[in-house]
Design a protein around this ligand. Structure first.
Ligand SMILES: Nc1nc2c(c(=O)[nH]1)N[C@H]1C(S)=C(S)[C@@H](COP(=O)(O)O)O[C@H]1N2
Ligand SMILES: [Mo]
Length: 188
């Protein structure tokens, strides 16, 4: 059987809450999700518009760089690939920066965001995401370390060159593949 736990991770059954700063309160009535940067057709969506789009469900394992992993998390939301396609990336766009409440950012290769199990997630286990876990909306990028799954996300900016986000500027890896243990900037 293929290994399910990435190297030097330990399994937890609780769901730790981890982030820099305090938990922001995001009002869905004022919420907008914006897709912009190096795209032909930038747009933004209200909460109602987001919820009216095709919804998808994934059951995924999550892996935090501090060493805990949690299996079988059921998330629901909108495919990031669908929204990126709708914005029509310009030819040179290869990376994206996710923008969140309180100025938090994280950078990702566009190829990683185009995978079908990558969501703008608004529910976990069929319940709305709690504010501590990033509600109303977070990125869910299960194949990378969990800091890439930005909580309280409200924007995605496509860019040509990879630009470090919040944790990446603090020394974390630009991509963060848990199977290759890409934890810190000097890891290959
Ligand atoms: N906006 C924001 N998102 C964030 C972080 C953060 O500091 N700010 N921390 C990341 C880290 S390091 C982890 S492990 C996960 C934790 O998500 P959880 O609290 O739902 O377990 O959120 C990620 N998303
Ligand atoms: Mo983390």
């Amino acid at each position: 059987m293929p290994e399910r736990l990435p190297p030097n991770q330990r399994l937890v059954t609780n769901w730790p809450v981890l982030h820099y700063g305090t938990v922001p309160s995001v009002d869905p009535a004022r919420f907008r999700l914006s897709i912009g940067g190096m795209v032909e057709a930038p747009f933004s969506l209200s909460w109602a518009e987001l919820m009216a789009l095709p919804q998808h469900e994934v059951t995924v394992d999550i892996h935090c760089v501090t060493g805990w992993s949690r299996y079988d998390n059921r998330f629901s939301g909108v495919r990031v690939a669908d929204l990126i396609a709708r914005a029509r990336p310009k030819p040179g766009a290869r990376y994206a920066v996710a923008a969140c409440a309180q100025g938090f950012t994280t950078n990702l290769p566009l190829d990683d965001l185009m995978r079908p199990d990558v969501l703008f997630a608004h529910a976990h286990g069929g319940q709305p995401l709690s504010p501590e876990h990033g509600g109303p909306l977070r990125l869910m990028v299960p194949h990378l370390y969990f800091w890439k799954s930005a909580k309280w996300v409200h924007g995605l900016d496509l860019v040509a060159e990879d630009e470090p986000g919040f944790w990446e500027r603090a020394g974390y890896h630009m991509r963060g593949d848990p199977w290759r243990e890409q934890r810190f900037q000097d890891d290959l």
